[in-house]
Write a protein that binds this ligand. Structure first.
Ligand code: OAD
Length: 237
């Protein structure tokens, strides 16, 4: 067990496995989104330029699926820790907003959000709900696209800088539920390790990054997080 007070800055780095117990499908492995859907048809700018309605429908399906899911105990442990510890930062690859729904405030969304739309001229707009509020920008009538980092897109620079700043200065880094194959995020455990953080992986299965971590917990996110901090995670101090 860990005492959160022993660490000054804690980064939780989460992937699709963090949301799996909430019922949100992962991308790879059994039941993975990319086993069922070809990303070249649904998750890249080319696909959107070719068939915007098809791409938007796919993301609407995902929004509906996520709205039926709820944060689990593991999300609650992280949110509770943030309330009591001065520096808890979540760097997530997830676009589902589940950490925020659990009450977490400091969430860096590397791959964007299902709950925002983006105009090429006027920036991003929050858009929460089963269907899109609008598919065109109210200011200029341009087509809006989901504010998600699709295959072939660059990560936003400010988001990447914020993530790197947190990861490069934390002393506890906990990677949860990520397959470690999508860069640049896959390189984050190495950066944390190189900067002296104690690194823990939570994943029932080994990943290509497993050896970088100081400790591997082969349990699901909710089970591992519930037992990780002294006092069961509900009261980390
Ligand atoms: P993946 O679907 O690639 O990997 C999910 C990981 O979660 C696997 O290593 C599983 O073993 C693990 N896992 C499954 N159930 C778990 C549980 N209950 N508790 C803990 N771990 C569990 O998802 P990501 O690594 O997040 O990008 O994928 C990275 C990116 O690839 C995503 O952000 C997405 C995708 O293409 C974009 O959409 C831009």
């Amino acid at each position: 067990m860990l005492n959160a007070t022993d660490y000054q800055k804690i980064v939780f780095f989460t992937g699709a496995g963090m949301s799996a117990e909430s019922g949100v499908p992962t991308y790879r492995g059994r039941g993975g989104v990319w086993n069922k859907y070809n990303w070249e048809e649904y998750a890249c700018q080319d696909a959107f330029d070719r068939e915007p309605e098809k791409v938007l429908e796919f993301h609407e399906l995902r929004r509906n699926a996520v709205l039926k899911c709820h944060p689990h105990e593991g999300h609650a442990v992280i949110a509770a820790l943030e309330k009591q510890h001065p520096q808890v930062i979540i760097v997530t690859q997830n676009i589902d907003g589940m950490h925020q729904r659990a009450g977490s405030k400091t969430v860096i969304e590397l791959h964007g959000s299902l709950w925002r739309m983006r105009c090429p001229k006027h920036g991003t707009f929050e858009d929460i709900g089963e269907t899109y509020k609008s598919k065109t920008c109210e200011k200029c009538d341009r087509r809006l696209r989901p504010d998600i980092v699709w295959f072939g897109d660059m990560l936003k620079q400010d988001v990447m800088h914020a993530a790197m700043a947190a990861i490069g200065t934390c002393d506890l880094f906990i990677g949860i539920g990520t397959s470690g194959v999508v860069y640049p995020a896959a390189g984050f455990p190495q950066i944390a390790r190189d900067n002296g953080a104690y690194c823990i992986e939570i994943n029932p299965e080994a990943s290509p990054m497993s050896d970088i971590y100081d400790r591997n917990i082969r349990e699901t996110a909710s089970t591992a997080l519930a037992g990780l901090f002294a006092s069961g995670g509900q009261k980390p101090f």
